[in-house]
Ligand binder design. Sequence first.
Ligand code: TRP
Length: 333
Amino acid sequence: MKARVLSGMQPTGNLHIGNYLGALKTWAKIQYDYESIFCIVDLHAITVQQDPARLRAKIEEIAAIYLAAGIDPKHSAIMVQSAVPAHAELAWMLTCVTPMGWLSRMTQFKAKSAAQETIGDGLFQYPVLMAADILLYQAAIVPVGEDQAQHLELTRDIAQRFNSMFGDTFVMPATELPAIGARVMGLDDPLTKMSKSSSGAGHAVALLDPPERIRKTIMRATTDSNPSVSFEGMGPGVENLLNIYQAFSGCSDGEIRTAFEGLRYGDLKKRVADMVISHLEPFQKRYREITAKPGYVAGVLREGAERVAPIANSTVELVKRKMGLYSADSRKA
Ligand code: TRP
């Protein structure tokens, strides 16, 4: 039996080249090596306030982006978290065995709550819900970025605590993050990771941006005070542009050096823009084809939920039995 892989994204903001190079491209590549589940985590999205109509539309947009990025719905399950009630059920059971102290140490909670005037309890529970997503499917591999490492560590701690309290129940997900793709930084601020919640123009290249806009964003990217590329010493903005080029082109370090050493920044940006546009054009074409088929995305999501629900439900039943809750067995007896 193949090991199970699970990952997910929130249906918020606009997915960008950082999400593609850092996650989606890797998911598409590794999917066949595993039994793969790719989730759209709408219950996580509502830990901060969302506009309902926008959220609803985003869910299918993200699903179509997964498909356009090459996630194969014949092999991998693409599903929406809230369509499988077991996520919320298991999250509650895990909440009850998770010490509050563990949650108050989460750096993402501290950062997100600092930006909010009032915070819902859900924001505090966010990492427990993520642990539930992973443990529900007994996933062995969770391909996420470095920024999720603390949440993954917490998932292991919760699994371990549950297993020691109630006996072996959960598979421990691997600590090691699988080698994921490039880490893409903001084009306006190359010291912070490219973010889909940043609204600043010039920050990100969204996957659905039209070509003229992509070119404009890249041409405006922050560089440094040198006139041209020097591999003897370059600022983070130039390094970021070269990384983006390398990740899309698949060029080796040597090829990048030969192609770009001494090139003026204006020309560098032009070549990066051409490379990004030439990759996003076929991607966007697939996206348009996928979304033009009425009911197609909804069908993929329905089928994905139907495929994973039995796995999820059997974990919830197991956990109920272990904890002494009223499981389906007890109702039959
Ligand atoms: N917290 C993750 C993020 O923001 C999203 C997520 C929720 C997730 N549940 C998950 C990722 C389970 C992997 C596995 O990126």
